[in-house]
Write a protein that binds this ligand. Structure first.
Ligand code: NZQ
Ligand code: ZN
Length: 390
């Protein structure tokens, strides 16, 4: 196991009765709040009214940044920066899924630079300071509630890129599983696929000596496999929503990648799909992952994939390890397709072969020439994985 420092100090307030702490948590950092949210789900499920009442009762001044889109766009960050500056706001409350939280992180940092928010994403500007952020998570998926990063889309350049800074780690996050009861089946499934993908990106490594982290990863994957289908059938099952929510947070907050090299593989390929076709991130990951595993199956990786099948899906070990590994990949595919009802081809989400080459080229370029994951993926490999996903 390699040396590491683990220091993720987002305060988590988990459960049904945590909104009573919202005002006091905000007041530790500020009193003039940018309330950031998406397309209106928080108005439909009553969360918005609850927040406004708390603001009014506690004399918290606020301005709204609404309409943040899934695959959030840099334009919304520009608007957010303007609202913050005009109203001298000193705190951001992000209420939503990963898109709202990610966009809020960019606003928090961009307020203190001279240039455009996009300059941060393309690394022309660095975040050296940021407004404090708190989150109320409404969708279990990205882990943005307890990580430093965000992913922003620029439609003008057809780019979707990640950024991150120690300054944009949320100060606190309120996680009430009941708030996720209203998440529809598609986004519930996409969220579970995203959590599993984060876990697998950290898990699929070779001979790293990080046994404990890998066992935790298997536990998170099994949690998703157990509770994902329950949440699909019973959207208001508290334990299902609670376990998925907590899995979301721990899949990507840094714990699973401690002590090992975990360069990610499937996310860089998926970000091109969302950038070009605006598809739902978790759906893209679910489609690509079995094809990725199939592509990298070799003498070098067979034991790793086979162990995944045995430990996570409970497949029976046989003498033919390649067959075992293939059964593991197909168990993952079937789980996404049959239990989580995810459309498992690119064709079903509106992607044909027209731009595959361009996307493969971009995915390789954005990763510095090739994706240096558990196995190096050159442009040709990425293209093959895309083609196998059609
Ligand atoms: O916009 P509203 O009306 O709120 O509706 C949203 C949106 O349409 C809806 N929703 C959210 N909570 C709801 C709800 N509907 C009903 N009830 C609720 N309680 O769900 C839709 C999707 O929301 P979004 O925030 O886009 O989903 P998600 O949390 O999956 O975030 C996806 C974004 O995060 C990025 C992705 O690339 C994508 O842009 N990621 C961020 C990461 C990070 N910060 O570390 C890592 C991830 O790998 C990922 O790349
Ligand atoms: Zn993800």
């Amino acid at each position: 196991m390699k040396d590491f420092i683990f220091n993720v100090d987002t305060k988590i307030l988990f459960g049904k009765d945590q909104m009573k702490n919202l005002a006091s948590e905000i007041k530790k950092y500020g009193s003039r709040v940018l309330l950031a949210y998406g397309g209106g789900s928080i108005k439909r499920n009553g969360l918005y009214d609850e927040i406004i009442k708390i603001f009014e009762e506690n004399n918290i001044f606020y301005k709204e940044l609404s309409g943040i889109e899934p695959n959030p766009r840099v334009e919304s960050a520009r608007e957010g920066v303007k609202i913050v500056k005009e109203n001298k706001l000193d705190f951001i409350l992000a209420v939503g899924g990963g898109s709202v939280i990610d966009l809020s992180k960019l606003v928090a940092g961009a307020v203190f630079i001279d240039g455009d928010p996009w300059d941060i994403v393309i690394r022309r500007e660095k975040i050296n300071k940021a407004l404090p952020i708190g989150t109320i998570l409404t969708l279990a998926a990205t882990g943005s509630e307890m990580d430093k990063g965000g992913v922003i889309t620029n439609p003008e350049t057809t780019q979707k890129l990640a950024f991150g800074s120690e300054y944009t780690l949320p100060k606190f996050s309120i996680l009430n599983p009941e708030v996720t009861y209203s998440v529809n089946a598609k986004h519930t499934a996409a969220g579970v696929a995203d959590i599993m993908s984060h876990t697998m990106e950290n898990y699929f490594t070779l001979d790293d000596g990080a046994y404990m982290q890998n066992k935790l990863s298997e536990g998170i994957l099994k949690t998703c496999i157990h509770y994902g289908p329950i949440a699909m059938k019973e959207p208001e099952n508290y334990d299902a929503r609670a376990n998925i929510m907590w899995a979301s947070t721990w899949a990507i907050n840094g714990l699973l990648s401690t002590g090992k090299e975990t360069p990610w593989s499937v996310h860089p390929m998926e970000h091109e799909l969302s950038a070009f076709y605006d598809i739902t991130h978790g759906i893209g990951l679910a489609i690509l992952t079995p094809r990725f595993l199939n592509h990298i199956l070799s003498d070098e990786t067979v034991d790793m994939i086979r162990a995944f099948g045995i430990n996570v899906f409970g497949i029976k070990e046989t003498e033919n390890k390649f067959n075992d590994a293939k059964r593991a990949i197909s168990a993952l595919h079937m789980f996404f397709e049959q239990d989580m009802m995810i459309p498992m081809t690119l064709g079903e989400v509106g992607i044909d072969d027209e731009k595959l080459e361009e996307m493969a080229d971009r995915a390789a370029k954005h990763a510095g020439g090739s994706i240096k994951g558990v196995v190096e993926l050159k442009k040709e490999d990425i293209l093959e994985i895309y083609k196998a996903s059609l």
